[in-house]
Structure formats: C-alpha cells, structure tokens
Design a protein around this ligand. Structure first.
Ligand code: ADP
Ligand code: MG
Length: 902
C-alpha cells in the first residue's frame, strides 16, 4: 500500500491501475469510480494499517484490461497503468512497479478507442495577448502541426479538428475552460505547469526531441505562440508516453490562410461532417463523398472537406489528377483493388514508433509494403502532375519487406514472449534450440512405446504437466510389474508417477530450450521492430501518399457514379452553375427526381440574388446546393451540375436556421444577429454569403427592416461586397432590385391548382409576390377550421379592414410571427402589404404607438437617402458588439417610425 500511495501521489488526476499478478487493481476513490463507470464489483480488503480498516478495491483481469481502459478513456478519464517491472519470482521483497503509460483521451492508441476513418486529435493552446498558439497532434498517426491564429479562427479550427483533449497551462486554465467548455462539451481539458509553455523551454524541448539546431526546417521558427503550444504538448507527451515517441518524426507549420475559412456555424450549417438533425453521419457531404478504401484515405477525405483550397493552382492540380483517374477507369479499378489490401499504414507506423506493434502488426505492414511497388508501377500510366509526384514519393522498402517475409511466420500469435513468431532458417541459434527441443520431444514420444514393450504394461503413459514436468505413469494394479528402476515423483489415487534420470535430463533440455526459444524469439522480434522503426519516416511518407491516392481515386469514382462535371476554376468574380444539384438531397430523394437549377452571380454585375418563395418551395436547399458546389469545386472534386465556372472563394458564410442553437441557451434571434454581424464584419468581395431567412426570429417588421438594411450594406459597402444568395419569404424585399443595381430577383416556382399549390422546385427570374403561407399551412395538415379562419383574417388584413372580425383573429397571426418557424408565418403580409395591421404584430413588444405604424411602413420603402439609411451607412460595424448593434437597430427602427424625433 505504501508503494501504491507513492505511485498514486504522482498521478493524482488519473485512475491508477495497479498490477498485482493477473489483475489490475484500483483502490479507494479510484475503485469507487471504476466500479461505477465500468459496472464491476466493489470489494474491500484489509488496508494493512492495522485497526481493521477496510480499503475499497476493484480489479479487472489483465487479459481484458484494454477494453476497460478504453471505456474509461472514452468517458473522458485518464488511466495510469502501473506494471510490475521485475519478475516476481526473482524479486526480493515487494515487486518493483512503475507507471509505464498514462492513457488519456487525446493520447490513446488503443484500437477500441480509435475510429479508423477519423483522426484522434489532441491540441495544446498557448495564449499570448491577441494571438493564440495552437499545436495539434494525432498521436495515432504522428501528424503534428503548429499554428498561430486569432480567436475566431481558433474556434473554427477546433471545430474542424474536434479534439478529444486540450492541454493548457494552469494560469490560463480558467479562461480556457470558459472559452472551450460550452462549445466543446465532450473535450477533456488537461492542465500543465506554466513553465512547459514558456517559449525558451518549449523551443528547447522541441529541438531536443527532433535532434535539430533550429526549427526553421519545420517553418516554425518565427511562430512564438505555436512553438510554446507545441513544446507544452511534447512535455505532456513525455510524461504520459514515457518517451515512446519515435514516430513523432517532424512537425509542420499550419497556416489557416491556406484553406478556405469557414466559421463553426458554416461548417455545421452545410452539414459537411455531421448532420444538423442528430449530429450523425447520415445526410452529410462526407457520407456522399467518402468513397475511399483505406482508413488513411478516409481521414484525408474528412480533412479535405473541411479545408477546401483557396489557390486556383492547387485546386486545378487535384482536379487534373481526378480528371485523369475519371477517364482511365481501368486504372481506377486497379487502384481500388490494390488499396483495399493496404491496411492503415499510418497507424501501423505509429504503433511501431511507440513500441506497441506486435507480430501481427508487422505482418500487416509487410503486406502493405508488398503492394507499394505494384501501385508505383500502376501510377506510371498517369500523366497528371500530382500522380507523378505520388509515384516519385513512394518508397518500396524492398529489403525491409523481404526481411519481414523471411523472419515472420504467416499467422503469428498475439503474445510476443511465448515463441511461435519466427520462421525456421532465419536464425541459426534458434534453429539449434528448436532441434534440441524437438529431438527431446521425439525421444520422449518414443520412450512410451519402448517402456511398454520392456515392462509389458500396455497402459503405461509418458506425459507432461506444468507443475511436475514430464513423468511416467503406471496404474496401481500394474505397479508390481516394475522392478524398481523408476524414481517416484507423485502419488495419485489410481496411479503412481515416476521419472528416470534420463527422462529428467531430456526434460531439462527441452524446458531449457523452450525458455530460451521464447526469449530469443522475443529478442529477434524486437530487433525486427527496431529495423522497421529505422524506416519510419519512409513508411509514414508512404502512408500520406497512399492516403492522397485513395482520396483522388475516390473523387474520380464519385464523379463517375454520380455524373458530376469538372468545374472551370479561376480567380475571377463569376459564379456560374448550369443545372446544379444538391449533392446530398439528390441522393436522398426517393421516387421524386431532383430538379436541377442554374446560378449566375458576378461580384461586378450581379452580386446579390434575392430568392423569394413560400415555405417548402426549396429555397434553403438551393442556397446550400450553391455553397456545397463551390466547396466541392475547391476541394478539387467534380461537381453535381451540367457545367460550372467558379471564381475562387476565400470564405463561405452562412446564416441558416438558428433553431438548433437553442440548446446552448441563447435566444434564436440573438444567435442569428451574432452570425449576421460576423458576416457583415468579415465578408470580402471574394466571399460567398448564404443568407437564409434573416430576421425571422423577431417580429415581421423588425425582421424585414434588418433584412433590408443588411442587403443594402452588402451591396453598398465595396469592401464587403460579397457574392450573396439571400432567401427570404419577405417578398417585400423584391423592391430592393429597383433601387440597387447589382441585385437580381428570383423565385422558386410554384403552380396554383385550385386551392392548393404545387412545388415546381425551379428557380426562375423575377420575384414572387405572394407568400402562400395559408396554402402551405393547409398542406401541412392544420385543421380545416383554422385554415378557413386564417383565410378570413387574411382577406381582412389585405383589405386593410381592421374590423373587429379581423382584430379578433390577430392573436393567431402574431403568434405565428413570433415563433418564426411556423409554416403560417408568411401569412401576415400579402401584395400591397397591409401596413398598419401587420405592423401591429411587432408593436406591443417595442412599444411603438399603433397610430404611427403606417408611417413606419412607408418610411421603410423610401429611397436610400432617407435619414435612417444614412445612419445605417455611418454605423461602424467593425467595432460594434452584437448588443450595441441591436441597440443601434432599435434606435434606427424608432427613428424610421418617427424620423423627426417627436
Ligand atoms: P424552403 O427553404 O423554401 O422552405 P426547402 O429548401 O427546405 O424549402 O425544401 C423543402 C423540401 O423540398 C426539401 O426537403 C427537399 O426534399 C425538397 N426539394 C428542395 N429542392 C428540391 C429540388 N430542387 N428538387 C427536388 N426536391 C427538392
Ligand atoms: Mg428554408
């Protein structure tokens, strides 16, 4: 217990698994926790301190320990594994023990905790004035990078990485927790002493580990924050991994500017990796695009989708390789077959480097190495630059593969210490020992027959057990036939067991040889693993090349299967799509055919497309479709369209339905305005902005005014003039096109049939002048009486007839507006807008006098030189907080209602 207490003291933040014979035991609070989380029995034993105190105790058998550790780590705990580090038989006093590893959510290498198609990232964060230093690492593949970024980019990057664990220094831990916990509730946060992050120390740790004199080679020399974070990370790794880090061969600088910026919301809204519905994989872009065959290819695909490229040249390089593989389907099929046999080179390499690889891992590695020359040969037929680069980068490692062939049996056991791993003729000493062992065994096998003949006892047996070794067994009734030539060893109920000096001699030979065989095979295996480790850099390089090849092949396969085309890519201002489709929705539609749609935007001439149409018409689908097509194009993929021309986009912004943020406890409207503010502050003329129904979370007229002013701002502010698709059911906004020259109206066509509407899903030029809210509500199954009543109220409102009959029904209209999401919410306005009446929906909330709401309505549609518009132009959105923005909007709204300030 004293030894335990010493170990536990050094690992207070981990659960200590204390090896005792065939069990790992946990004690005290650890035992209570383990028993609760794993559902295993809690027992108690004498604490050994006298006084009869009992210590809680819970243990797991050694052979199942990985499963239990995986479960604890998966629940966010850390486990310190304390082993017996000397042979108990040879120990004097208490067996020596030591913690050999601390398994944490970010450092785990256990197969049970790793998803083959996903990286398992750990991040370290350093904070320095305005900049964050970020290091991220997947210990299971060896990818290690450092970056410096601002808070917004940090959060967006963390969203891409989805890290299992973050490491921060103690002095900054509270702030870090405030920043990270609400956004990444699953992420474990680990703390480290401040000195680990100090630049000088961190840098030295990195230099020592990589055995270099400067960090220039990694491009990280100038990056103080990144170096601090990376150094801190390494300190943590040394503690937890006990220096088994040979597979961390290098680090690389990571620049956010090399890929398209996407804030967290956009990544979520476009459903790239996880669906909005349940956070799962179904319905995501990844689920459609990932046609890879290897785990490393799957991880590459995932990374690529969240990091589209922003250099036309880089995009075209990928596209060229994809195009060639698309055309050469024989080659593509050949790669598919070869890739299927590859296994996970990256993770195998990491297992070798961290001294975890067993013989089966080396067999898998060998199998993969044998495929490399074939892939290289197949690559010869491809001319695209990327493919040629891959071919040059692949290392055959022939002699290593051959040596593994010579050394290892085809189907080795899991255990490394009990022999059976190494082939004959690989090592002379081993062969000799095996001859001794098998010769001895043959002699013993023959002994039985010889002795039966000699003694005439037909039931005489020669056998072996672990405790007593080899023996000759004679049943009691036959004992009298022996003539005293055997020495008694053990008495059984019905028999006696004997040995002879000769048998003893052979036994010693055999057992001695077998023990030596076990030891020698283990030593030979370790040598072999060392040999593999010496080529880790090349193996990891192969892993990366194969990942890329798999990714490119998958994109070609995707294009062929789904009838995609190669988009034209340039640095121009045009975004043009003919017959574009939504890549995911087109796969999910059953029975119904997806209706393709065109898109034409040009920053200089047709910057903003305003898309009106009733709920359910297909506006949101269309917006996302355009976003996804641009994104896919910049990933290097072909796109779902008949043709497309895409000027590179630096950022995609989205503002799409905010209802899913309610879980975070922020009001829908506030979230919506936060996101809108982000867009207005950060968009550039090279961005693509997708605005879906902004202003929904508030009253009709608040919402309409905000939508209006946002559109004007994007149109009239040259440095924010992003290509914009704006979907809205505020058909009043179609008026904007008459005063702003780079706005074009579109509508999603519907056909009226009797009393119903038929959705045609076709985006057509021109605005739609009605909302059809009541028709949609009816189709959604609202009770007939409610629909009929709504129709009467609408007729009253449209006639601006605020007779008591209409007023009575107003509560219903107001509610629908307030919740914003209901299908009937469009019903408030019709053509020629019922100014006074609909305006009242917002009135009570903002205390606007009823009598003046008509004037408010009028003023909204005045030309752009209205004082309110002037005020809007003067707002400095760069320096405003969301709350200030809302206050300003509120003042503006009041001013619009009462321009003279009376
Ligand atoms: P809105 O945003 O206008 O309310 P959505 O974009 O949510 O409408 O579309 C409603 C439904 O219509 C979608 O769930 C989808 O199944 C279907 N849909 C949308 N666009 C198309 C299309 N182009 N072809 C076929 N079905 C479509
Ligand atoms: Mg919608």
């Amino acid at each position: 217990m004293a030894q335990y207490a010493r170990m536990k003291d050094q690992h207070k933040d981990a659960i200590l698994f204390f090896r005792m014979g065939d069990f790992y035991e946990t004690f005290e609070d650890d035992a209570k926790l383990v028993s609760r989380v794993l559902g295993i029995t809690l027992t108690a034993r004498n604490s050994g301190t006298g006084g009869g105190e009992k210590t809680p105790l819970a243990g797991v058998p050694y052979h199942a320990v990985e499963k239990y550790i995986a479960e604890l780590v998966g629940s966010g705990y850390k486990v310190a594994v304390c082993e017996q580090v000397e042979d108990p038989k040879k120990a004097r006093g208490v067996v020596k023990r030591d913690v050999v590893e601390v398994v944490t959510p970010g450092t785990t290498m256990l197969a049970q905790t790793l998803d083959p198609g996903e990286n398992n990232y750990m991040v370290a964060l350093a904070f320095d004035e305005a900049e964050y230093g970020l290091a991220f690492l997947d210990l299971s593949t060896g990818e290690f990078r450092a970056a410096e970024l601002n808070e917004e980019n940090l959060l967006s990057e963390l969203n891409r990485l989805d890290p299992a664990e973050a490491i921060v220094s103690y002095d900054w831990a509270e702030q870090a927790a405030a920043l990270l916990e609400p956004r990444f509730p699953e992420m474990a946060i680990s703390r480290l002493e401040e000195w680990a992050f100090s630049y000088d120390h961190a840098r030295q740790v990195l230099l020592d580990h990589f055995e270099v004199l400067t960090l220039k080679g990694f491009g990280c020399d100038e990056m103080a924050g990144g170096v601090s974070a990376a150094g801190g990370m390494l300190v943590y790794l040394r503690e937890t991994q006990k220096n088994r880090l040979a597979h961390l061969k290098s680090m690389a600088r990571y620049d956010v500017a090399d890929s398209m910026l996407m804030d967290t919301e956009t990544q979520r809204n476009l459903e790239l990796i996880t669906s909005l519905r349940d956070g799962g994989r179904e319905g995501t872009l990844l689920s459609v695009m990932d046609r890879t065959y290897t785990p490393m290819g799957a991880r590459y695909m995932r990374q690529a989708i969240t990091r589209p490229l922003v250099s036309a040249e880089a995009v075209l390089a990928r596209q060229g390789a994809v195009g060639e593989l698309h055309a050469e389907h024989g080659t593509r099929d050949a790669f598919a077959d070869l890739l299927k046999t590859m296994g996970d080179l990256e993770r195998l390499a990491a297992r070798v480097g961290s001294e975890r690889a067993n013989a089966r891992d080396l067999i898998a590695l060998k199998t993969a190495l044998h495929v490399i020359p074939v892939i290289k040969e197949t690559l010869k037929s491809l001319k695209a630059g990327l493919s040629a680069g891959l071919r040059d980068g692949l290392r055959e490692l022939k002699s290593l593969a051959e040596n593994l062939d010579r050394a290892l049996v085809d189907d080795p056991p899991l255990s490394l210490t009990e022999g059976g791993l190494i082939r004959a003729a690989y090592n002379e000493e081993l062969d000799d020992l095996r001859t001794v062992s098998s010769g001895g065994k043959r002699w013993i096998a023959e002994l039985q027959q010889k002795e039966r003949e000699r003694t005439g006892i037909q039931s005489l047996k020669v056998d072996y057990n672990r405790v007593f070794g080899y023996y000759i067994e004679v049943t009691k009734p036959n004992l009298h036939r022996l003539e005293g030539e055997y020495i008694r060893k053990q008495t059984m109920r019905n028999a006696e067991r004997f040995f002879t000096p000769e048998l003893k001699e052979y036994e010693e030979k055999i057992l001695g040889a077998e023990e030596k065989i076990g030891e020698l095979e283990y030593a030979l295996f370790l040598e072999l693993r060392e040999e593999v480790a010496a080529s880790l850099g090349e193996i990891q390089g192969n892993g990366r090349s194969i990942a890329q090849l798999d990714f490119l092949t998958a994109l070609a396969e995707l294009a062929a299967r789904n009838d995609y085309v190669a988009p034209e890519i340039d640095d121009g201002s045009v975004l043009e799509i003919d017959d574009g489709r939504h890549p995911v929705v087109e796969q999910l539609l059953q029975g119904e055919a997806f209706v393709p749609n065109d898109t034409q935007l040009d920053t200089r001439t047709k910057q903003i497309a305003l898309i009106t149409g009733p709920n359910m018409a297909g506006k949101s689908t269309y917006l996302r479709q355009v976003g996804l097509i641009v994104l896919m194009a910049q990933v290097g993929s072909f796109v779902p369209a008949r043709s497309a021309r895409i000027g590179i986009v630096d950022r995609i912004f989205t503002r799409v339905g905010a209802s899913d943020n309610l879980a975070r406890g922020e009001s829908t409207f506030l979230v919506e305005m936060n996101e809108t503010a982000n867009i207005l502050n950060n968009a550039t003329p090279r961005s693509l902005v997708l605005l879906d129904e902004i202003g929904r979370g508030t009253s009709t007229y608040d919402g309409l005014s905000i939508a209006w002013s946002v559109t004007e701002f994007l149109h009239n502010t040259p440095e924010r003039a992003a290509k914009t698709l704006f979907a809205t059911h505020y058909h009043e906004l179609i008026e904007l096109a008459s005063s702003l020259d780079r706005i074009a109206n579109y509508n999603v066509a519907i056909r009226e049939q009797d009393d119903r509407i038929v959705f045609l899903r076709k985006v057509m030029p021109g605005g739609s002048d009605r909302s059809y809210g009541i028709q949609v509500a009816r189709m959604a199954g609202l009770p007939r009486s409610v629909v009929e009543r709504a129709r009467v109220i609408l007729a009253n409102l449209e006639g601006e007839d605020l007779a008591p009959g209409g007023q009575d029904g107003q509560g219903g209209v107001e509610d629908a507006d307030g919740t914003g999401g209901a299908a009937g919410s469009d019903g408030a306005g019709g053509p020629g807008s019922p100014a006074g009446a609909a305006g009242e929906a917002g009135t009570p909330r903002h205390g606007m006098p009823r009598a003046e709401s008509a004037e408010y309505q009028l003023s909204l549609f005045l030309p752009a030189d209205h004082p309110v518009v002037e005020d809007i132009k003067e707002l400095d959105l760069d320096v405003m907080t969301p709350v200030e923005a809302m206050n300003a909007l509120y003042r503006l709204q009041q001013k619009a209602a009462d321009p003279d300030g009376e």
